[in-house]
Design a protein around this ligand. Structure first.
Ligand code: ARG
Length: 586
């Protein structure tokens, strides 16, 4: 947080030297190498280039007007004009003491709170949630939690797929093949069986296909019986989704499925047409390019054999049905009208990139004024691979069901806990295994750059060493135990002393928690927080090795316990942002 104070002072010094320049971009960030100092600013170099000045000379002039002596040693000008800041221990201690008094956590409140809608998870009704849904669910939840901790207003919305042509087949299956006992035992499995059976029959027998189409038309025109069955299918699916969300600790403010937007779809299409954004093509209606950008960047163009062809976005099928995109346009309008968000994040896999580029562009053509007020971002991610490098599947080649995956994580973690802590009561062992198993799965998913594929590995994710959830949870437990054993009371600490290099390194990392969170929020990349916490855990280990805590005399003892307390707090809050729990014993 001290970097923010330094940033403000740097900007005013720059303004004094260059009254006309835009200095708002001048940032103070941690140095890559602590030997250079704690923070660094490189703004002088870009400003010097802009003003055609000698960067070192400009740097010297700025430093002469920069008064940070209360916070830092003398500011150093390095290389071609970097400014390096080394914090005074007293300044670091001041912030930590404030945190102990509860004046602020280690998180600065957002200076400009935003309203962010996060659209994530969004499974489809009548299909089991599988391993692919874990990424959207875990990533969307982590982003929502981080934005909330930073003080933003977050609206989470589960846009479940509860409408579409599959219901024609599901209705035929329900009416002709339903096994009530199987439905009772595992509703989604039974619905999946019905769908597969009717889908197979459709290929063989055009009569069945006509039947499915007729059932769909009846559903769409409001037939009471079909509507009732459809609602029951949604209800049964939602029960299973909720079980998974409950286990994962994921909550939604809203679950507005695709069907919620049905009443607006025809108006959307009419309006798109009236404004010249959509037009008829082969009996269907679609949005075409407006030619405003070069073909290479145009989401409504594709290149084939060296030629650019139209790739329109369909909004009305020739049979009168609406498309996935039509619903997304209606959804956008609803969200803007209802919550006035400044940002909407759509968390889905990378295969939907083309879809969202087209939807966002179509929205800009359709509602240019509204579109200017909101930032739409597709937060996409890669796939989960098996150890063979191919998409992650069960041994028999089926997709891995999420519920089974979570069971296995807990079982595997339980085996480890039983081995390491045989003396604990069974209920406590099970609770630790739950927190560790789920944490391991989530962390493995959040640690890689979201856009790259990753290999699913039980052994790696559950390892107690390395950049894993169990390691971080264990480091939390260690810090929390010291705090407990030391009978620490934050209110009794008069001052935090930062003397040993290990104390300094740990304190500096604690101060940068807010920066890590902001980086996550800015780029929607929770991996920044994972790596921050891993570094923090390592620094805390080095601190315990070099600096005795419980065996020291006061006031050193209290001061070191305070560092343990803040470390435990930041590890817990940081893991909580990732949706990962901690346990006091491990
Ligand atoms: N139900 C969709 C799927 O399973 C994801 C929906 C994402 N959100 C949206 N607004 N399109 O692929």
């Amino acid at each position: 947080m001290l970097h923010l104070v330094l940033e403000t002072r740097l900007q005013s010094a720059l303004r004094e030297v260059l009254p006309e320049a835009d200095v708002s971009m001048a940032q103070v960030r941690p140095t890559s190498d602590p030997k250079l100092g704690d923070y660094q600013a490189n703004a002088v170099m870009s400003l010097a280039k802009e003003k055609r000045m000698n960067p070192r000379q400009l740097a010297t002039e700025v430093v002469a007007r920069l008064d940070v002596s209360d916070l830092c040693d003398a500011v150093e000008v390095a290389g071609p004009g970097f400014l390096n800041f080394r914090l005074k221990p007293s300044a670091m201690a001041g912030v930590l003491e404030g945190a102990l008094r509860g004046e602020h956590g280690m998180v600065p409140p957002a200076s400009a709170p935003r309203t962010v809608v996060v659209d994530f998870s969004s499974p489809n009704v009548a299909k089991p949630m599988h391993v692919g849904h874990i990424r959207s669910t875990v990533l969307g939840d982590a982003l929502s939690r981080t934005l909330r901790l930073l003080g933003h207003r977050v609206v989470t919305d589960n846009h479940i797929g509860d409408w579409g042509t599959q219901f024609g087949m599901l209705l035929v299956g329900w009416k002709t093949l339903l096994d009530p006992a199987a439905l009772e035992a595992d509703a989604i499995a039974e619905l999946e069986r019905l769908y597969k059976a009717v889908n197979g029959a459709c290929t063989a027998d055009p009569g069945v296909r006509d039947q499915a189409r007729a059932e769909l038309v009846k559903l769409q025109s409001g037939d009471t019986e079909n509507l009732g069955i459809w609602k029951e299918m949604i209800r049964l699916s939602q029960v299973q989704f909720d079980t998974i969300y409950g286990r994962l600790g994921v909550e939604f403010d809203h679950t507005l499925g695709e069907s919620f937007y049905n009443p607006w779809l025809s108006t959307v299409v009419q309006d798109l047409e009236a404004r010249g954004v959509a037009r008829t093509t082969d009996g269907a209606k679609a949005v075409f390019s407006d030619g405003s950008v070069p073909a290479k960047e145009d989401p409504f163009k594709i290149q084939r054999d060296g030629e650019w062809l139209d790739a329109p976005l369909l909004v009305l099928k020739s049979d009168g049905g609406f498309n996935y995109a039509t619903t997304d346009l209606a959804t956008l309008e609803y969200r803007l009208r209802t919550w006035s968000p400044s940002d909407i994040l759509y968390v889905t896999d990378g295969r939907q990139q083309g879809h969202f580029k087209q939807v966002f562009a179509a929205f800009r053509m359709w509602r240019p004024d509204d579109a200017a007020k909101v930032r739409l971002q597709h937060i996409w991610f890669g796939s989960i691979l098996g150890e063979d490098g191919k998409p992650f599947k069960t041994r028999s080649g089926d997709t891995v069901k999420l519920a089974e995956l979570l069971d296995e994580a807990e079982e595997r973690a339980l085996a480890v806990v039983k081995e390491k802590r045989p003396e604990l009561p069974a209920a406590e062992q099970a609770e630790i295994a739950r927190v560790v198993g789920l944490g391991a799965i989530k962390y493995q998913d959040l640690l890689p750059n979201r856009q790259s594929d990753y290999v699913f590995s039980w052994d790696k994710m559950l390892a107690l060493q390395g950049n894993t959830a169990p390691y971080l949870q264990y480091q939390y437990t260690r810090a929390a135990k010291l705090v407990r054993d030391g009978g620490f009371n934050p209110a009794s600490v008069k001052s935090v002393q930062i003397e040993a290099p290990e104390e300094r390194a740990l304190a500096r990392q604690l101060l940068n928690f807010g920066l890590a969170l902001t980086a996550v929020a800015d780029e929607c990349r929770p991996n920044y927080l994972c790596n921050y916490l891993y570094e923090l855990a390592g620094l805390s280990s080095r601190f315990y090795e070099a600096c005795p805590v419980l065996k020291s005399e006061e006031p050193v003892r209290g001061s070191r316990l305070a560092l343990c307390h803040l470390t435990a707090m930041v590890l817990r809050q940081g893991l909580d942002c990732l949706g990962i729990g901690v346990s006091d014993r491990m």
